[in-house]
Design a protein around this ligand. Structure first.
Ligand SMILES: Cc1cc2nc3c(=O)[nH]c(=O)nc-3n(C[C@H](O)[C@H](O)[C@H](O)COP(=O)(O)O)c2cc1C
Ligand SMILES: C=C(O[C@@H]1CC(C(=O)O)=C[C@@H](OP(=O)(O)O)[C@H]1O)C(=O)O
Length: 400
């Protein structure tokens, strides 16, 4: 299974083509649309999210609610395109010289964005909009759609992925709450508790008090005309041991997950299990000791985050991400105009105060894509029933 997306932030559509998605997988449209909505509604988003109501259309590869095994086409209209038709004109060269377009031409690169280096690399210095339109995180709407189809596939095997906000700026979940959501004493404890964010808060965290603090720091940042980043924990429950491999660098699942999660805009770090604290702990305290109970190998702890040697070990995956603060500052930031080479203020368009809640949804999607790829590598990718048979045979073999 693989996919490609296309689309500019203010262009007419985002599109995706997914190839190699197995046949006969039931898909639910409401689940797909709800996941897209989750990406949009996070507290701290700017004006753009008031314009859009992301509604993805499935254009191929699905019939009567089930996949056909043929490429799945997805189409998502940017409502904001109505306001940008001339600026984003696809064929009409004359549109380049309208006063409206001249006003929207960008020559003052924003630090923290792809603007400057993208302009140098692709020869777009006369209008950096040619860079930022694709570098924008708008494209992640389509990745969430692709990822949700993967989540729906994985649900057939009891695999559940939760992306939870653990910090926004200084407002952080306390250690006890963090431990509660992810560091139970044995691997089996995890499978009983499905982790869901507190829905009402719109910050996708798991604790009401922390949610209130997060809302407050977002309001404070907005009032102070600055922006915030934060942290996210992704938890994957219900995994079999053995996804990924130790035999080739490219097959290592921790490496593949890192690549896919780091590809989310503004994510600056990924760690697994106890992560960076492993570097300051002694070895004995970090081992997840092995037991054998009721015909299954189990672990007494989960310091490694469910991965050993590039493979899942049957414990839940625990992945932490850090997101930098939104780079565009409401008051602008000093830069250099690439036409005049003179100091200038970077271009400011409307912007989010924070997008950590949205990124937690995108993180679920990227994790689902990578896990599904590893799953299909191992159990096949043609037909759901056959994949289920292969999966069951493997479980019977390793659990005997
Ligand atoms: C969901 C989401 C929304 C974002 N919204 C904005 C925004 O409104 N303004 C902004 O400056 N950056 C925003 N970003 C971050 C930029 O896209 C990102 O920092 C930029 O493309 C540079 O990429 P890098 O930070 O990965 O190096 C957002 C990121 C995500 C994931
Ligand atoms: C459009 C989305 O996020 C955008 C990501 C983004 C950026 O620079 O990454 C900048 C903003 O775009 P605009 O300039 O149109 O307001 C965000 O709104 C989205 O998440 O769907």
């Amino acid at each position: 299974m693989d996919y490609v997306t296309a689309g500019e932030s203010h262009g007419p559509f985002l599109t995706a083509i997914i190839s190699g998605f197995p046949a006969n997988v039931p898909l639910d449209q409401a689940t797909l649309l709800n996941q897209l909505r989750q990406r949009q509604v996070g507290y701290g988003r700017g004006g753009r999210m008031k314009i859009e109501t992301d509604q993805v259309q499935v254009t191929s590869g699905v019939r009567f609610g089930k996949t056909l095994g043929s490429p799945i086409g997805l189409l998502l209209a940017n409502k904001d395109y109505q306001n940008w038709q001339h600026v984003m004109s696809i064929w009409n060269e004359a549109d380049q010289n309208t006063p409206e377009n001249r006003k929207r031409t960008i020559t003052k690169p924003r630090p923290g964005h792809a603007d400057l280096v993208g302009g140098l690399k692709y020869q777009h210095l006369t209008d950096l909009r040619n860079v930022l339109e694709r570098a924008s995180a708008r494209e992640t709407a389509m990745r969430v759609a692709v990822g949700n189809l993967c989540q729906q596939f994985l649900a057939n095997f009891g695999i559940q992925i939760s992306g939870i906000v653990t910090a926004i700026g200084q407002a952080e979940l306390d250690n006890k709450t963090l431990a509660h959501v992810s560091r139970a004493q044995s691997a089996t404890d995890f499978t009983t508790a499905v982790i869901l964010p507190v829905q009402a808060s719109n910050v996708r965290t798991v604790d009401e008090t922390a949610a209130q603090q997060m809302l407050t720091v977002i309001d404070q940042a907005q009032a102070a005309k600055t922006t915030l980043g934060g942290k996210i924990r992704v938890i994957v429950q219900g995994l079999p041991a053995g996804l990924g491999s130790y035999v080739d660098a490219q097959q290592k699942l921790d490496a593949r997950l890192s690549q896919s999660l780091m590809s989310i805009n503004a994510i600056k770090g990924v760690s697994f299990g106890d992560g960076f604290t492993l570097g300051t702990t002694n070895g004995r305290a970090t081992l997840d000791l092995i037991t054998y109970k009721q015909g299954q190998y189990q672990r007494l702890s989960n310091h490694q985050g469910g991965l050993e040697g590039g493979m899942t070990n049957g414990a839940p995956l625990l992945i932490d991400l850090v997101m930098k603060p939104i780079p565009t500052q409401p008051t602008g930031s000093p830069t250099i105009d690439v036409q005049t080479k003179e100091p200038a203020q970077a271009t400011v368009e409307r912007s989010d105060t924070t997008a950590v809640p949205a990124a937690s949804v995108i993180a679920e999607a990227m994790t689902a894509i990578t896990i599904m790829q590893a799953f299909c590598d191992m159990f096949g990718a043609d037909d759901l029933t056959r994949i289920k048979r292969n999966y069951q045979a493997y479980l019977d073999e390793i659990n005997d």
